[in-house]
Design a protein around this ligand. Sequence first.
Ligand code: LIP
Length: 256
Amino acid sequence: MSLYLDAAVAAARAAGGLLREHFGRTLDVNEFHAHDIKLALDVETQELITRLLLEQFPDHAIFGEEGIGGNQDSPFQWIVDPIDGTVNYFYSIPHFCTSIAVRRDGKILAGVIYDPMRDELFATAQGEPATMNGQPMAVSQRTKLGDAMMSIGLSKVTEAINTNLPVLEDMIHRVRKARMMGSAALDCAYVASGRLDAYVEAGISIWDVAAGMLLVENAGGKVVMTPRKDKPGKFAIIASSGHIPEIEEKAAVIAK
Ligand code: LIP
């Protein structure tokens, strides 16, 4: 297992170095959308990760936000989000990361999320603790809704925004603070590290949260991932400590 985790860490750190190098500079934009931006650097960063992983595992598959690579028939699939929080990155907001997970026959074996601006590396593997910079981490032990810190992602298309917004409008009056920070992967890492009590969002893709799901579970939390009926390949996620049931109950509306 450490073979895969070590490879993911090395690739994530290499990607992080590239992102730090280009942060704050003029960036080539491939696509502008109403609530999203696709950068040439997204593609370049995934190409770097792909090269590093396929050098070590030439028969594996790559499945990333910027496309596929390797042997798509392999039982091993690397799930890559080269820049999670691309819009933050474009606006020079230092809240983004690289997320890399590997699954075999659909079961996630290992996951890494690296925030290069804070040099925070979140990592875990099946049957192992969730760690931040090598130190074990655990979900929040808070039990009161009024003490909770909650992140709610609004996503990038109207349907998803309209699904997520009612949860924000409801929960903002019930929790300590509701946040929208723009990186699903870091939101998951923050739930796993106890900074957040929950993160919910309808309209995310598997590459946004594949590593984060395993981190939250191995840190003692809960993840409910519901495929969106209206959008193939999109999911609603409720990632939480599991200690404040009202959050999961109220957020369940995004999974309908
Ligand atoms: C982002 C997610 C975020 C979501 C954004 C976007 P990207 O991923 O991390 O939670 O709200 O719409 O999908 O596109 O920056 O990799």
